[in-house]
Ligand binder design. Structure first.
Ligand SMILES: CC(C)(COP(=O)(O)OP(=O)(O)OC[C@H]1O[C@@H](n2cnc3c(N)ncnc32)[C@H](O)[C@@H]1OP(=O)(O)O)[C@@H](O)C(=O)NCCC(=O)NCCS
Length: 257
């Protein structure tokens, strides 16, 4: 239920658009790309060409064919999309890593081509990517699957208050709620760049903002003064996915590769 006066100013269009040409990414727009990482074998060389030498040799070292294929497509597509947004060759995109390993654009590229925030996640055969010019973003996807020790893991995911709500749900509702909270919260810690170094039960989400969740409480001082909103990305009944974006006033566009 939306509480009066609490509707967020973010505009979210979660209809999927299939595009062959990349539309420009303007300030305050968030592009989500969803891709099948199990493409036909003939598509591989195209993605392999996008990789750096180090990434190619990492791909070669992967033991299983399906891991190699997914790695090449996931990384090759990230470079292709970044290359298009930045108007440069995919294999010339240079990365840097934050203190907890979040990939970002190298400082030189940011100076030459402008800031572009991005994040990616993969689960099963799907890869998901988020891009935004002027706001930090985090994205997560998980295959919804049976989780034998879900109730124990839930205590690492939910705050005390959230745990009480979770325990009041039926067994069937719990699985969906578990994966939904997992992806929402992981999208937040990935947007911050901290990953799981920030425990997921150290903050809560409020659902009183239309279709968006707001991160309402956290013990992380660097994030305290900022507002973060999380949106569920409807992929399919088998997957739960979410994007987290800094602040209000952004528009979301969902694209399928
Ligand atoms: C980020 C993290 C939550 C990813 O979890 P996951 O469920 O295994 O993987 P996902 O599919 O959701 O995301 C993977 C992608 O997240 C991105 N990523 C890695 N570290 C990240 C971070 N700190 N913040 C945001 N994104 C990160 C990468 O692009 C990665 O893609 P890659 O595997 O192709 O390189 C987890 O790896 C983590 O907590 N990392 C930080 C702590 C850590 O272990 N640091 C060690 C390196 S310093």
């Amino acid at each position: 239920m939306t509480m009066p006066g609490t509707q967020s100013r973010n505009q979210v269009d979660t209809n999927w658009h299939s595009e062959t040409r990349l539309s420009p990414l303007v300030d305050d727009e968030v592009h989500i790309w969803l891709a099948n990482l199990e493409l036909e074998i003939y598509a591989l060389p195209k993605f392999l060409r996008n990789l750096s030498l180090a990434e190619r040799s990492r791909a070669q070292r992967l033991r299983f064919d399906h891991d190699r294929r997914r790695y090449v497509i996931a990384k090759g597509l990230l470079r292709r999309l970044l290359g298009d947004y930045l108007e440069m060759e995919p294999n010339e995109v240079q990365f840097t890593a934050g203190p907890s390993g979040k990939p970002g654009l190298s400082e030189r590229l940011q100076n030459e081509h402008g800031v572009l925030h991005f994040n990616q996640a993969h689960s099963g055969h799907l890869g998901i990517y988020a891009f935004c010019r002027n706001r930090r973003v985090g994205v997560d996807i998980e295959e919804v699957r049976p989780f034998p020790d879900m109730d124990q893991i839930a205590s690492l995911l939910f705050s005390t208050q959230e745990m009480a709500v979770f325990q009041s749900l039926s067994t069937k509702e719990r699985q969906r709620a578990f994966f939904s909270a997992w992806t929402h919260k992981e999208a937040f810690v990935k947007a911050l760049g901290k990953g799981l170094t920030l425990p997921l039960n150290h903050f809560e989400m409020s659902r009183a903002h239309g279709s968006l969740s707001r991160i309402v409480q956290n013990h992380d001082h660097s994030a305290k003064s900022l507002e973060w909103f999380v949106k569920d990305i409807p992929v399919s009944t088998q997957f739960s996915a979410a994007v987290c974006v800094e602040g209000e006033g952004w528009q979301l566009r969902c694209l399928k590769w």
